[in-house]
Design a protein around this ligand. Sequence first.
Ligand code: SF4
Length: 330
Amino acid sequence: MNSAAAIARLEQASSLAAKCRLCPRRCGVNRMRGEIGACGAGRHARLFMEYVHWAEDADIVPAQTLYLTGCNLSCRFCQTADERARLPSARLDSKLFAGILARGKAAGARTVNILGGEPTVNLPALLEIFAETGDFPGLVWNSNLYGTAEAFALLDGIVDIYMGDIKFGNSACAKKLAGAADAGEAAAERAMEIFARSPEALIVRHLLLPGHFACCAEPVLRWIACHLPGVRVSLKTVYMPPRDLAERQPEKRFLTPEETSRANRLALSLGLRLTRDAASPPPGGDETGNTPGIEPTAFETIIASDGAVYLRHVTREASEMLRAAVGGPY
Ligand code: SF4
């Protein structure tokens, strides 16, 4: 992260937020005066969780990971929505940020992974913090790519790695599952712009959704192969069915092993450059990184300050065992 670039972009970012057009929702509210738009973010960035993440993509771990409030999509399958709603948040300023950076460095973190929510909705506040912090290596912008071209252009030369989601292959799925029909289209445009500026800085992530192979996984993977040749691709298989979704909804189930292998086979047949999940089994597995017949069993345990225990990236088998052992909620 280059603090001189952060200082240089601060005024433009503030101007975008003063009549907010940081993302395609273009709410037009004055975020710099504390007005709040559809994402729920205000003038300052607010932090609700942070820890050193060991189970993200191998290309970025160990990652000092900061979760900010504020998101411009409403994904039904969001893995942090519960924590975002439940956990108290604190204003993130440069002093708090510097302390977190120091702790992460002492724990061996090699990247600083900013996510949310969506970090882009907090762009002016984050640039302010970066400007005051000074240079540091390994800034990861962990984003749904649902931002405007103007906002993302300001990140050039500041962000070291973009972990960008392309979640949906069509507007109907994007509308139904994330409340934004243009989410897939906007993400594809931002990915192409970032790739044109710095191809090695981009990792495109696609979370496999149950029952969405033909409508989402296949078109997204084919699009990546065609428009972003050689880009790193993270194919995520950690989908968790939302607890509040009606039983008969197609997304109310885990991925099947067949869905996972079908998507992996397609990615490989398209020649995509797949990244490895740090939670995947060690070498000895097949070309997808997984040992045939055995799913990864590593998952994260987070103990919150109120004593609540959160488990993330839990496999289907582990989830079923836990459900049988402790009952819901799980
Ligand atoms: S960042 Fe938030 S306030 Fe700004 S346009 Fe997007 S949703 Fe609206």
